[in-house]
Design a protein. Structure first.
Length: 302
């Protein structure tokens, strides 16, 4: 215990470290056999700890999205005050985009406008737009309404482009959370993990019921903890130390465990003590056999 604490202190003074020995975390280390209820309590305690950290981390992501939303709204209002010198003549040189209507409808749907209302409004606008373009092509005199329609369409295209940029930024910010859900659900069978409005992880069963995170099996809990810690590293260069992570994990999960860890944090360095060749997976060239180390040491002593 004392040597382990000293090693932990030295390492943490050099680099950020995650120690993951889940099955031994909160049980009596002096006891030869840990009771099953103690084991469950230790794992569940770790699950709730990670869940609380998720809530804090995802709230931070939401605040970043709110800032992006504020900037988008500022751009929208400022664009209303800017005068486009090429509004009318520029419309003739632009090619029609067949997906443009769908893009505008998609923006309205994202803003909460019902599908029918969004479609009706967009079709009505584009009917006016086509009529205005015909007048412009025929070099006929434009009315105030037709000129306004051309101007509004040009501005709308600009706003749709800004909205797409905002959506891309929002998706990038939320990508850690989305990636975690995607990876977890690719490993689960008969259930899915999702986060509610308070960023609390909830299990959704295929029959429609919901359950708490502690209803997972021991292996699923182990996955949640290992991958959850990787996510909470937030892409920082971290040393990820794990002792026998294969415990309770299905062989199929073992073979992709560290690949998924690296997906969630490509900057982490993984140090793992394991008896499972499946855990090693594609990292065979980086394996250090412990018995070889003892052999080399004994040769050196002689």
């Amino acid at each position: 215990m004392e040597a382990g604490a000293k090693l932990s202190s030295v390492l943490e003074g050099i680099v950020e470290v995650n120690w993951l020995s889940v099955h031994r975390g909160a049980v009596d280390r002096n006891s030869r056999y840990a009771r099953e209820e103690e084991f469950d309590s230790a794992v569940d305690q770790k699950i709730y700890e990670i869940s609380r950290k998720f809530s804090t981390y995802f709230s931070l992501l939401a605040s970043r999205v709110s800032e992006e939303s504020k900037q988008f709204q500022e751009q929208v209002f400022l664009s209303l005050l800017e005068r486009d010198q090429n509004t009318i003549s520029g419309m003739m040189s632009e090619q029609d985009d067949p997906e443009e209507r769908n893009s505008v409808i998609g923006v309205l749907r994202d803003l909460g406008v019902p599908q029918a209302k969004a479609t009706r409004s967009v079709n009505s606008h584009y009917a006016k737009f086509e009529a205005a373009k015909k007048l412009l092509r025929d070099e006929q005199k434009l009315t105030a309404d037709t000129a306004a329609t051309l101007s509004d369409t040009r501005r709308m295209r600009q706003l749709v482009a800004k909205w797409k940029s905002f959506n891309d930024a929002r998706e990038k910010i939320y990508r850690p959370r989305t990636s975690f859900e995607t990876i977890m659900n690719s490993l689960f069978s008969g259930k899915e993990l999702h986060f509610d409005q308070r960023n609390i992880p909830t299990i959704h069963l295929l029959r429609g019921d919901q359950a708490r995170i502690d209803s997972l099996s021991s292996g699923e809990k182990q996955l949640f903890i290992l991958l959850g810690e990787a996510l909470l590293q937030e892409g920082r260069p971290v040393v990820f130390i794990s002792d026998e992570p294969e415990l309770s994990l299905h062989v199929a999960w073992q073979s992709v465990l560290f690949e998924n860890v690296r997906k969630l944090n490509p900057s982490c360095q993984i140090i793992c003590a394991t008896h499972s060749p499946d855990i090693v997976g594609h990292f065979q060239d980086r394996v250090i056999q412990v018995e070889d180390c003892f052999f080399e040491c004994s040769v050196g002593l002689n």
